[in-house]
Ligand binder design. Structure first.
Ligand SMILES: [Zn+2]
Length: 565
């Protein structure tokens, strides 16, 4: 069956609620585990249908935002989504309070049980007004970012349109564009300050109402972090400082030379080559046919997976009129089908869809036997391991896409992954300091940000840009406002992905076997257990960075030499 034939029926909330609640009573009153499990399974099939319908509505709405039917359906889900979430919370309660906990853990995994526990610990009806306030504030932030209208190049541009000019190979243009871009933050400094200050306060209050010391403790639970703590993360940041920051300084020095500059300034950081970035040597059809070839050759599992995606039309990749922006991978439970959405834009970013998003989709495809939706995908920290690792696992096929630009592509790809780590830990350490000291003033927060930049990004030179020198760069980092403490997950996953780069170089068969294993277990295990299953070194272990630093250096150097010759 093709995606277009997947049937959408809007569920009737009142009817669902009635059967949902009566099943919860049956779960509660069950005399034995077998009886309880029968009702859990019945309830699960209802939950899966709800999830399937809301996912279908959201995908079809994003493919064509002008389609009135799915626009209405999307509104229905926006309105009823929280009500269904509430029902799910009741389900988690019945799991946590079950007389047959041990049997549930055995059948559905300890991790599933812990996720239910986290959901309960991080919620109480007492904090509903705070959660609503938090949502309101993050929407206010999104709106403030989206409503920017900046006159530049004779046009009125939003921030992302203006950002394109900041990547211009003409230094004067990117200098002017950068100035205009950050001027928006200067003009709205007090609004950004106000939103963030309110967010910090409301989050701190929420944490205290739930009995935590501060928001850090609550945030870790909201993110289902069941087997590591802030101290371990701080250990990871130390490794980044010791191993990665010096490597990045070298990379930035070389970059300055490549660009014929005495010193690299903040406006130059995103420019790797004077003669432009690597480009894919063909159109979208060319990309897809090479993708088929790549996944055919990689392994029998990836062949089966990619055939499944193509046969059922589970990828909507090309940019079309009325399509939403961005890209994502999601899962439609009743059809056991992953779905990839993207907007090909003719740059090397299109490659990420075929490697990164396909990595997510491949993981969910390999673990589609898992019936409980909470553990289809792993938690966010582990989730990105599969996608980011696929970017490296597919390196040997990049030649088919980039031809003479292959090494240029790999060089830029690997350098940006390495350079991301120090920035990622700035974002993380910043939030730890802020939520540990919720009483800090707005200006003190900015000083903290700037001092962390100096610690982890010592190369960074803001020239005469006063607002950035003051420490306002973090205004543009949406995660700090919208998804507190989530950012380090990218760092954790990236470090694991580097280990897969190494594994595939050292022993392809073994590396691939380890990768398959972590795909198959889906979300049935916690982060550190997944690390274990994949025979990876924990990013919290001091040996970790030591084990990958040489591979990173060697690869960068090899790609660079190939570009020169
Ligand atoms: Zn991802």
């Amino acid at each position: 069956m093709k995606f277009k034939d997947y049937e959408y029926i809007r569920p009737n909330y009142d009817e669902i609620k009635e059967s949902f609640l009566s099943l919860l009573v049956q779960i509660k009153n069950a005399k034995g585990y077998d009886e309880q499990n029968k009702y859990i399974k019945e309830l699960n099939s209802i939950r899966k249908t709800i999830e399937t319908m809301s996912t279908l509505a959201s995908i079809r709405n994003s493919i064509n935002t002008a389609d009135e039917f799915y626009d209405r359906e999307q509104n229905y889900w926006d309105e009823y989504g929280p009500l269904y979430t509430e029902l799910n919370t009741d389900f988690y309660k019945s799991i946590v309070n079950s007389k047959f906990k041990e049997e549930i853990k055995k059948e559905y995994s300890e991790q599933f049980y812990k996720i239910c526990e986290c959901a309960l610990k991080s919620f109480s009806s007492e904090i509903i007004p705070d959660l609503q306030e938090e949502n309101k504030l993050t929407s206010k932030y999104t709106k403030l970012m989206a409503s920017a209208k900046i006159n530049f190049d004779g046009k009125e541009l939003n921030l992302s349109e203006l950002y394109k000019y900041m990547l211009s190979s003409d230094r004067e243009i990117r200098g002017k564009a950068s100035k205009a871009y950050y001027n928006y933050f200067k003009e709205h400094e007090s609004e950004f300050d106000e939103i963030y200050d309110n967010l910090v306060q409301v989050r701190h209050n929420m944490a205290q109402k739930l009995g935590f010391n501060n928001f850090i403790e609550l945030a870790y639970i909201r993110l289902d972090r069941t087997d590591y703590n802030p101290e371990m993360i701080s250990n990871l940041r130390k490794q980044v400082l010791e191993y990665i920051v010096p490597l990045c300084s070298e990379l930035y020095d070389k970059q300055a030379k490549r660009l014929n500059l005495d010193k690299l300034m903040y406006i130059d950081e995103n420019i790797e080559f004077l003669d432009g970035n690597a480009t894919i040597k063909g159109d979208s059809k060319y990309i897809i046919s090479n993708g088929i070839k790549m996944y055919n050759e990689l392994s029998k599992e990836t062949k089966e997976f990619f055939d499944f995606m193509i046969e059922r039309d589970l990828m909507d990749l090309e940019t079309k009129h009325n399509k939403s922006t961005g890209g994502y991978c999601t899962y439609i439970p009743n059809y056991k089908a992953p779905f990839i959405f993207s907007n090909f834009n003719g740059t090397s970013e299109d490659m990420d869809v075929l490697t990164h998003e396909a990595g997510h989709a491949f993981q969910i495809y390999m673990s589609r036997h898992i019936e409980m939706q909470e553990i289809n995908f792993p938690t966010l920290d582990s989730c990105e391991i599969h996608s980011m690792s696929m970017e490296f696992i597919t390196y040997p096929w990049m030649e088919n896409f980039f031809k003479e630009d292959t090494d240029k592509y790999k060089f830029a790809h690997l350098c940006s992954a390495i350079k991301f780590l120090p920035y990622g830990v700035v974002v993380d350490e910043f939030q730890h300091i802020i939520y540990e000291n919720p009483q800090m003033t707005k200006d003190e927060r900015k000083e903290v940000w700037r001092s962390l930049e100096k610690k982890y990004l010592p190369h960074r030179d803001y020239m005469d840009n006063k607002i950035l020198e003051k420490g306002c760069y973090f205004f543009k980092q949406g995660h700090i406002f919208e998804d507190p403490f989530y950012y380090i997950d990218y760092v954790l996953a990236q470090i694991c992905a580097f280990q897969f780069l190494k594994k595939m170089e050292e022993n392809k068969e073994e590396g691939w076997r380890d990768y398959l294993e972590i795909c198959k277990i889906g979300g049935t295990k916690s982060f550190l257990q997944i690390i274990d299953t994949g025979n990876l070194i924990s990013p919290f272990d001091y040996k970790c960075m030591e084990s990958i630093i040489t591979v990173l250096k060697n690869n960068v150097e090899a790609f660079e030499n190939n570009i020169k010759s």
